[in-house]
Design a protein around this ligand. Sequence first.
Ligand code: ZN
Length: 139
Amino acid sequence: MRGNRKTDTRPEIALRSALHRRGLRFRKNVRPEPDINCRVDIVFRGQRLAVFVDGCFWHSCPMHGTRPKTNAAYWTPKIARNVERDRMNDALLTRRGWRVLRVWEHEAATLAANRVEAELKYLSQARCTGRSSTADLQA
Ligand SMILES: [Zn+2]
């Protein structure tokens, strides 16, 4: 039931080495919550940031996730289920206080690493000032 998420795909490796070059440390291909059956490609435990590298085909990228014409009856529901599972995992992890970041395999590793870095910076700051709720912001 792992679906079609392969580990160590080329875009994943590219992003991981880009992050390494910036001195960022993370765990790869782990389940951040033992009771949630969801492996995350790149996990920053301290900041509670979960990064997925999504394949354009399997996860229905708006740019390249074209529906296959052959065997559409087979692929279409399969891919729809993947996307549905993605959203479900996003919701489950978010509920546990994780920030979920999804990167498309077509994104350049440098740009994807920029997004991850910006997110980490944001999360570290949010933690220092005490994660403020919307009510706090309005006060
Ligand atoms: Zn794409």
